[in-house]
Design a protein around this ligand. Structure first.
Ligand SMILES: C[S@@+](CC[C@H](N)C(=O)[O-])C[C@H]1O[C@@H](n2cnc3c(N)ncnc32)[C@H](O)[C@@H]1O
Length: 373
């Protein structure tokens, strides 16, 4: 018994936290027009636990969805612990013999109550009606497994909060299969060398997101000890993560909002880097309206990026050529591949230069004419 608990705690990985329905609602109301007639896949989502699944069931008719597919992963610490397929369908002796992940396919949702509410019981109802399907998967529900990739191929839009630790792989697969997506990840992912080029090529951008990146997720009670003090609030069962964002390739109006630029370029205010032909702009609000050359801006720029207004030219931590790196160096590629930008500011000891950190290099597509004189 004690060992069981210990093992459960060990397998309850740090990827195991669950998005709140209210956060999904807040984000997805900006994407409504994209869902009509579409098949949506939630491929890291236990239908009985996932608020993504609930959101799409609740809004199935309103959005005009064609189909909703959800799969769950056997590594999930809650998979099948709440209610098994056989609990649901009254499988008698077979009840305890299965612990397999399953897939849910929904094509019809009757709004019986009229109040739009769906709870555990309603989800169970959903599969009793016969039109919808809840079946076991052959494998473990890994999003990369052939049967899950087959479901991905069938889908138009993927909506989920994937395991953060597999974010690169998750996105790579979506790109490879040319899928639309709206997913949650860490803002740090922007810096990954696999992810940043997608931002540069306008194949991915940030959604509306969480207020200042602060996000609160549910976690299974047994994971509580894995978090530092103050991160978990026992009163509401939520953990606080910073730096969370929505990543998407669905068009949203935010992406077309033009940033009003109120500052003008002055060489004394905007020094050029010593080792790179760009000016340093430490705050997004200070981007000058009349500078035509390259500018180094903080990563928070991504929140305001409008591709008609700016071009993303690069970032300083992958400016270096993609040399053949060994895996362990690749792990630390921020260190191994960073081109530090230096500013021509004496550090008080002579000719040394102060060192700049992560900067995105941008160019204004339509700079205003510089002021005369
Ligand atoms: C951050 S949690 C989010 C869960 C759910 N999508 C939500 O938003 O509430 C990530 C989920 O991915 C599952 N997972 C982990 N590795 C996976 C894999 N290789 N394939 C599919 N799902 C995986 C975990 O079990 C976990 O439930």
């Amino acid at each position: 018994m004690g060992n069981d608990n210990l093992n459960s705690a060990k397998t309850a990985r740090k990827d195991e936290f669950y998005t709140q329905l209210s956060d999904i609602e807040k984000e997805l109301r900006h994407y409504r027009k994209h869902f009509e007639g579409k098949t949506v896949l939630c491929n890291c989502d236990d239908p009985f636990e996932s608020a993504f699944f609930k959101y799409f069931v609740l809004n199935f008719n309103r959005l005009g969805l064609k189909k909703l597919i959800a799969t769950c992963y056997s590594g999930s610490s809650i998979a099948n612990k709440q209610l098994t397929l056989f609990d649901l369908f009254g499988g008698g002796e077979r009840e305890k013999t299965t612990n397999k992940p399953y897939k849910a396919i929904v094509t019809t949702v009757y709004d019986k109550t009229g109040d739009g509410s769906v709870d555990m019981l309603d989800v169970a109802e959903l599969f009793k009606s016969g039109e919808n399907e809840l079946t076991e998967l052959k494998g473990n529900g890994d999003f990369r497994s052939p049967e899950c990739v087959e479901l991905l191929d069938e889908a138009d839009i993927v909506a989920t909060n994937p395991p953060f630790s597999l974010f690169r792989e998750f996105v790579a697969l979506l790109v490879q299969r040319q899928k639309n997506f709206v997913i949650i990840g860490s803002l740090n992912a922007i810096k990954y060398k696999e992810i940043f080029p997608l931002f540069m090529k306008n194949e991915m951008w940030l959604g509306y997101g969480f207020t200042r990146g602060d996000a609160y997720f549910h976690i299974p009670v047994k994971n509580v000890r894995e978090f530092a003090n103050g991160v978990y609030n026992p009163e509401n069962g939520l953990v606080h993560f910073r730096n969370c964002a929505w990543f998407t390739n669905l068009d949203i109006s935010r992406r077309h909002e033009e940033m009003i630029l109120v500052k003008r370029y002055e060489p004394a205010v905007y020094p050029k880097y010593v080792n790179y032909d760009a000016i340093e702009v430490p705050k997004i609000a200070d981007i000058p309206c009349d500078y035509a050359g390259l500018m180094g801006v903080p990563i928070t720029f991504m929140d305001r990026y409008n591709p008609d207004q700016f071009e993303i030219v690069g970032m300083n931590w992958t400016v270096l050529a993609d040399a053949e790196l060994s895996d362990d160096i690749r792990e630390h590629h921020n260190v191994a591949r960073r081109l530090n930008f230096y500013l021509p500011i004496p550090d008080g000891h002579g000719n040394d230069y102060s060192r700049m950190y992560d900067r995105i290099v941008i160019r204004n597509r339509n700079p205003e004419a510089p002021k005369e004189g």
